[in-house]
Design a protein around this ligand. Structure first.
Ligand SMILES: [Zn+2]
Length: 283
């Protein structure tokens, strides 16, 4: 009725914030705590892709909510209980007692979680890539999601190594990548290493992985007489990915989508958070 009623239209005019005021309204991204994640990944990640799992992964609402809460530091870690709620004195991690218990620490920095929680998450992500490679070459795909692949599988088209320590003549920095695929017809090999670090570290981690396997690449080219490519597959613990992830994935035989590895990483993190923070059933 506003267009014909002068009182109503005046009321609406006064209710509407003025344009310049709208601009001054601080966005959630500027908030010190809630906006921290977004600011951190803005510098290293493809922002649109880093949030695409919300649209496309088909996760349960509760899992989406949990990961979003983790991004905004809105979960009761000990560090938050000390600094924000003032309900606790000691901010140190309940598991390792070594570092302040922040979301970043729990999701990718705690040594007590390295052996089990992080390893499990890492192997789930690597397992997706592995299965797709097997399927591409007509090799038997491990049936169960939790099954650890055999160290070596082979047919006349390809040979795939899983977490296999490769003997080289010359000493190299690293000789046990997650996956190595040798394409016997094309005479190529791809060395793949997976990581799920803190989201702010994804770009650094990609570089690290590339560097780490250059020695092995040279040795393999010499010993096996194949062209070798090193491919890092890096997903942030809360889903962030670099603009290059898709390019990397395309260098791996078979078809592995960004969303499939992102989903797996985020699910792994949700499990770690639920277990460690002993979150109530709602989450
Ligand atoms: Zn810890």
């Amino acid at each position: 009725m506003a267009p014909t009623d002068s009182v109503l239209s005046e009321y609406l005019r006064q209710q509407k914030p003025k344009k310049e005021e709208e601009g001054e309204e601080p966005s959630w991204k500027d908030r010190p705590l809630h906006g921290m994640y977004h600011r951190q990944i803005e510098e290293v990640a493809d922002i649109q892709k880093s949030y695409q799992w919300l649209d496309k992964a088909g996760l349960k609402d509760s899992t989406e909510a949990l990961i979003m809460a983790a991004q905004e530091q809105a979960l009761s870690t000990r560090s938050i209980e000390v600094g924000v709620y003032h309900t606790r004195q000691d901010p140190r991690c309940r598991l390792c007692k070594d570092a302040p218990e922040t979301i970043q620490h729990i999701t990718a920095g705690c040594k007590m979680l390295a052996g089990r929680g992080y390893m499990e998450r890492h192997n789930q992500v690597a397992g997706i890539v592995y299965r797709n490679i097997c399927a591409e070459y007509g090799l038997e795909v491990p049936r169960l999601k939790w099954e650890t692949p055999p160290r070596v599988v082979e047919n006349d088209r390809a040979k795939i190594l899983w977490d296999f320590q490769i003997q080289t003549d010359k000493m190299v920095v690293a000789n046990q990548p997650d996956i190595v695929v040798v394409d016997k017809q094309k005479k190529t090999a791809v060395v793949i290493d997976v990581a799920v670090p803190n989201d702010s570290n994804i770009r650094k981690k990609e570089h690290e992985k590339l560097e780490k396997y250059q020695g092995l690449r040279e040795e393999l080219e010499r010993m096996w007489r194949v062209k070798v490519t090193v491919v890092p597959v890096v997903i942030g613990a809360l889903g962030a990915v670099t603009p290059k992830l898709d390019e990397w994935l395309q260098q791996i035989p078979g078809t592995t989508s960004e969303i499939s590895v992102q989903k797996s990483a985020v699910l792994g993190t949700a499990k770690i958070l639920r277990r460690t923070l002993k979150l109530p059933g709602l989450w």
